[in-house]
Design a protein around this ligand. Sequence first.
Ligand SMILES: Cc1cc2nc3c(=O)[nH]c(=O)nc-3n(C[C@H](O)[C@H](O)[C@H](O)COP(=O)(O)OP(=O)(O)OC[C@H]3O[C@@H](n4cnc5c(N)ncnc54)[C@H](O)[C@@H]3O)c2cc1C
Length: 371
Amino acid sequence: MAIIGGGIAGLSLAAELAELDGRMVERSGGTRPQLRIVLLERENQFAYHATGRSIAALSESLGSPEQRALARASRTILDALGAESGMPLLRARPVIWLADEDHLGAVNALLTANPSLRAVDPAAARTLCPALRPEAAARAAVERTAQDVDVDALQQQYRDRAGAAGAVLRTAIGLESGTWDATRGRWTVTTDRGELTATRIVNAAGAWADAVAARLEVRGAGLTSYRRTVAIASADGVGPAWPLVLDVANRFYFRPERGGLLISAADETPSPPTDAEAAPQDVTVAVERVTAATTLHLARVRTSWAGLRTFAPDRNPVVGPDPEQDGLFWFAGLGGTGIQTAPALARLAAAQLLGEPFEIPGLRPESLLPR
Ligand SMILES: Cc1cc2nc3c(=O)[nH]c(=O)nc-3n(C[C@H](O)[C@H](O)[C@H](O)COP(=O)(O)OP(=O)(O)OC[C@H]3O[C@@H](n4cnc5c(N)ncnc54)[C@H](O)[C@@H]3O)c2cc1C
């Protein structure tokens, strides 16, 4: 089995797949041969693209019902992984959604869809984040169970677990093409470092997943990538325990970060797959919007970066066997919630690949199948 892509999708799957396979070999009393799993990452390091550029939040009020079910299941998994290893992967940080008079419907829809949210009046929101201007919100909702994820520790833990369970993870090897041999039931994969064979390919190539499909001469999943720019600004008086504050109309978000304030205009600019760079105009807009919503003076932008968020047309992850091509499985389209959904998605995908049962409460796996 060859997994293409060493972001959170590929790394989480390599670990879950190798461990599940190990348990199945053990159960068979050694009569079942161990699966050979190799992960190929084109860059010189893992998690270089979207995974290394996220803002590492876990909120059960983001995205579609499917994404929320996946976030709930992932929170349970991440809690357990942290407890087992003695290194917590989550740290509580509430989320506050703000709505102005024009967007009361949006916050009401969030409150209806998500039982973990509580409506609060703007004064109560200001006790959690005293820098909010009174006029910044006509209504607010708080999610107290939201978390920060330690993404570095998480991807390192997946790499360690994958390696310990026998998977081979390689950087600086990119898939160039692949040919399916239907008679033998296997791929011949050409990389920039030579050829290999695999009975199955998992396409976990993030923004490049449709490009990888094209290299395998398979129809893509209709993915579109959008650039998002984030910056950290210096500001006096930022409380380290302040929540992540999000505008329901997706015009900005901010939260404390390294003694300053992490800010974004929540921009979504369509982009081809690329090594995304921060757009100065998006930083300027983020500064303006956060300044308008708070009493903070954002003195200086210390750093900024951008990453690509890659979506299928219905904005749900694309996970499952290709409908037309044998030997190809998709684990892509993780959009803006890949960190907080990959732990549960990887368990689901590993179970599907090895023919084992696995259920995620509130999720119909068919809703994620590639079309
Ligand atoms: C600014 C920003 C903020 C975000 N905030 C959050 C958040 O708070 N919470 C959350 O859950 N999510 C967040 N996300 C989304 C999250 O980062 C993504 O959903 C997730 O990282 C996607 O992971 P991935 O493994 O699919 O893609 P990637 O991390 O991009 O990995 C794909 C990998 O495939 C490799 N690859 C491509 N082509 C080939 C090839 N031919 N051969 C070999 N390798 C190849 C690439 O080099 C890349 O490393 C955010 C994203 C951005 C940009």
